[in-house]
Design a protein around this ligand. Sequence first.
Ligand code: NAD
Length: 467
Amino acid sequence: MQAQPQTAEQTLSAIASTVKHLSTSFASGLTRPLAWRKTQLEQLKRLASEREEEIMAALKADLGKCQLESWTSEVGFLISEIDHAISHLGKWSKPRRVSTPIIAMPGKSYIQPDPKGVVLIIGAWNYPFQLTLAPLIPAIAAGNCALIKPSELAPNTSALIAKLIPKYLDRDAFAVVEGGVPETTEVLKQRFDHILYTGGEAVGKIVMRAAAEHLTPVTLELGGKSPCIVASDCDLEVTASRIAWAKWMNVGQTCIAPDYVLVEKAFADKLIEAIKAKLKDFYGDDPAKSSDYGRIINQRHFDRIAGYLNGVDVTYGGQMDRDARYMAPTIVLNPPKDSALMQEEIFGPILPIVPLETIEQSVAFINARHKPLALYLFTGSSQLEQQVLENTSAGSVCINDAMMFMTNAELPFGGVGNSGMGAYHGQWGFDTFSHLKAVMKRSTWFDINWRYPPFNAHKLKWLKRVG
Ligand code: NAD
């Protein structure tokens, strides 16, 4: 049986029958064989490599993304996650042996990863190819069917995903629903076995409420203000390069971009001068003319970000063109703590620099706010490193760099507190989309009667001893 092709014209009423079809496919056992999963992963890799040009064109149209960034953070990233999953699939899916207590001897115990069933993946618009399809990799590897909902805010990439998924993957197991709030609302009424949502906190709560109706587990990949601590003993050149790269890649529209910098007062000017020099190296005198500098996703987000500059003094940059959705790399030194710039996640090309009397005060500054998705620290001091690591909480930490933990599939990617719950990438994703089923197998040749009534003091004594 073939699933209905999922296109942009899909009606709301088709959503329930699409999910039903995926459930029937899952129940038939289609997704269980490892060979089938491997083929689907290879097909997803083919999609990414054969359609690279179309994908890059869609990313250019949606976000003005240059080819190198499109490769490193979208297409190439996806391909390396697929390769990692294919080469580890056998190991991840094997029963995981654990020890068995004396009381249950003779016997053996193990954990058997089981596919959850039909999962829902809601993607985000800022890395609209990668953030929609990277969660699909572990969903496939773990043996699930999936409904995929790309973000309507990146319409070119969304349409391309809807076109390509049915061409490359098994239509009985995977379907794409395009659309915005009405479609997402309808999708969320359905019963899924897991939901992975990437996006903002407000919609994250809507997703979690909808999931609660069906007691569906959720992974919420949210955002927030990710701090970047810069100590005066850092390597200034390298620090400035890495901060400028991480902040202005994709025009700051990255969930793990440094949101603001904490720096010792006496060191702030030096750091700003170094970052300014790097920006000139990267994007020239006029970033509007650089083919390596992207654009804001839409005018609503442009207005939101531009609004953060109301009532604050711009230290560097600040040039903008609303029609072209262009905003220059912008630095604001010492914005008021109660300004929107310091209260809201910026998710755009403005970098506030917050001077502190001592760098040690950064721990209290961070702990007075929501737990961030990422935390960055640039320092040569292992003492400061320990102090920050032991006294703060964040989804991920990178010391002397930013965002690079994303390149390691062995590390879980996910938030904590308001920045999200659950994780994926590598085996963390496989486990997210699996039920880790506990299995104990007992032997019957030896059946001691201590646990069976009638009870007596002798049985209790032995049970206390072994158990
Ligand atoms: P959003 O959360 O506003 O929207 C995401 C999707 O939710 C939209 O595509 C829309 O279809 C749907 N939606 C919106 N309103 C809805 C409603 N009322 N009911 C049902 N569905 C609804 O997206 P955003 O806030 O622009 O995304 C940016 C946020 O995403 C930032 O906070 C960023 O940090 C975060 N983010 C996190 C990650 C991560 O991996 N942790 C990655 C990218 C972005």
